[in-house]
Design a protein around this ligand. Structure first.
Ligand code: UDX
Ligand code: UDX
Length: 464
């Protein structure tokens, strides 16, 4: 079975880049990415490819090559579903904010809407691929809806979780460690569907990296991978606090530990706390699933990863207050970076939001600079927490276009995202224009202590 037409519902951080790469690598397959958000689709279709809605290194070049050839962005969801032999569901699955499982379970309402729409529109057999991260056994629910509301056509459900990391999405898609495809491998039709998706990826991914499993292993592997990665960050962040008390340096500990090949060196960078759309959401989801099976020890074990992360964000903000003579009321604090990591404009669950909120609660005046995040997004993030009125957020938090506007006349500067450009700022100029003593807080271990102290900064870095 050869796939000729792919439809992807959801033109977000996952759907957009993934489909752009599939289209680039498979010129004979037509790929249509659809979304209910017409502004987002318009941005994907913007004549100037630099204006696409997601900033990812290398992505605009891929879109430039494939768009209009075999890559299309559209709001006509029905038409794209109708035409496709394979449909990816890549809509968001936020943590529920209401009802049962509030604050923990994944909200599957968008997934269900997609399933119902596919069932309504489809006139021939389809392969439906879960790309969104989902609780284990969601495929079953999906199949149930499709089989019971459909027009009698056959559906095969595959799970194909995404492992790309933002900021390196294009590279991760081009050279994945593995591609995981879960399907009904016990039956011939299920196997055929799995093979059809394997063939798509085999255009550029070596066969030995295409891993096929049953659907539930695939769904659970995604949650497990994110939980393990987040756990490493929380583990090293726990050590960072101990380092600060004992005179050890967390970077040295991390290097020494990471050189043990059984442990490995990645994801051992201490920080102000992990953010991003996935880690917290997926772990909460794992906790919720474990609890729902009565596995309370398992649930508590994973919940601790989140609690440690919350502690790290709070601890960093509290350190600023404490160092500034126990009050930041009316003081200007410059926050460098708002994105949850460098090389992305994504701010979901960014540690910066929580640090800013803490400081605003302490009556500080904050000034934010981030090279890629829009002013509007920063206010949306603050407003979302509901800690104060949106007028007050606009009055007490300012957003500026250069780092020096942020740092000028400030009492303290805090690095919250590890953007490369912050390493190369004219730190002497920053120092000269700040109030004294000039406090510098490095939440990312980005800067060298010696050179900053030589300039005259009072320097604090996580874990040393
Ligand atoms: C995805 C996933 O789907 C999520 O489960 C995973 O954990 C992270 O990646 P992401 O691509 O980052 O989410 O989300 P987002 O950038 O919000 O994109 C989702 C898109 O789906 C949005 O553009 C939204 O408008 C669209 N959408 C949502 C639809 O087109 N239809 C819907 O019914 C709901
Ligand atoms: C993650 C997973 O890596 C990816 O496989 C999955 O598909 C989606 O979730 P992402 O959230 O985009 O990707 O970025 P990631 O690089 O994992 O970083 C997550 C957060 O952890 C960031 O805030 C980052 O700054 C932080 N982090 C990461 C650390 O603080 N220290 C580290 O050593 C690594």
């Amino acid at each position: 079975m050869k796939i000729k037409n792919i439809c992807c519902i959801g033109a977000g951080y996952v759907g957009g880049p993934t489909m752009a790469v599939i289209a680039q690598k498979c010129p004979e397959i037509n790929v249509t990415v659809v979304d209910i958000n017409d502004q987002r689709i318009a941005a994907w279709n913007d004549e100037d490819v630099e204006n696409i809605p997601i900033y990812e290194p290398g992505l605009s070049a891929v879109v430039q090559e494939a768009r209009g050839r075999n890559l299309f962005f559209s709001t006509d969801v029905d038409a794209a579903i109708d035409k496709a032999d394979m449909i990816f569901i890549s809509v968001n699955t936020p943590t529920k904010t209401y009802g049962i499982g509030k604050g923990m379970a994944a909200d599957l309402k968008f997934i269900e809407l997609c399933a119902r729409q596919i069932a309504r529109v489809s006139k021939d057999d389809k392969i439906v691929v879960e790309k969104s991260t989902l609780p284990v056994r969601t495929a079953e629910a999906l199949k149930n809806i499709l089989d019971n509301t459909g027009n009698g056509v056959n559906y095969q459900i595959l799970s194909n979780p995404e492992f790309l990391a933002e900021g390196t999405a294009v590279d991760d898609l081009m050279n994945p460690d593995r591609v995981l495809i879960g399907g009904d491998i016990e039956t011939p039709v299920g196997k055929e569907a799995v093979e059809a998706l394997v063939d798509v990826y085999a255009h550029w991914v070596p066969r030995e990296r295409l891993l096929t499993t049953n659907v539930w292993s695939s769904e659970l592997s995604k949650l497990t991978a994110n939980a393990f990665l987040a756990q490493r960050v929380s583990s090293i962040n726990a050590m960072s606090e101990l380092c600060e008390k004992t005179g050890a340096d967390v970077n040295e500990v991390s290097k020494a530990v990471g050189m043990d090949s059984r442990i490995g060196s990645k994801f051992l960078k201490s920080s102000v706390g992990f953010g991003g759309s996935c880690f917290q959401k997926d772990i909460l989801n794992l906790v919720y699933i474990s609890k729902s099976f009565g596995l309370h020890e398992v649930a508590d074990y994973w919940e601790q990863v989140i609690l440690m992360n919350d502690h790290q964000k709070r601890r960093f903000a509290a350190k600023i207050v404490q160092t500034l003579f126990n009050t930041v009321s009316g003081k200007k604090i410059a926050l460098l970076g708002w994105a949850f990591k460098k090389d992305t404009n994504d701010t979901r669950e960014s540690a910066a939001i929580y640090v800013a909120d803490y400081l605003l609660n302490e009556q500080a005046e904050i000034v934010v600079y981030d090279p890629k995040v829009s002013t509007e997004q920063i206010y949306t993030d603050l407003d979302y927490l509901n800690s104060r009125s949106s007028e007050e957020n606009r009055a007490r938090a300012k957003v500026v276009n250069t780092p020096y506007e942020a740092t000028k006349d400030s009492h303290a500067v805090a690095i919250l995202t590890e953007w490369d450009e912050f390493k190369d700022l004219d730190w002497q100029k920053v120092y000269d224009e700040m109030l004294k003593p000039a406090f510098l807080f490095d939440g990312r271990r980005l800067l060298q202590r010696e050179t900053k102290e030589a300039i005259g900064f009072e320097f604090y870095a996580i874990g040393s």
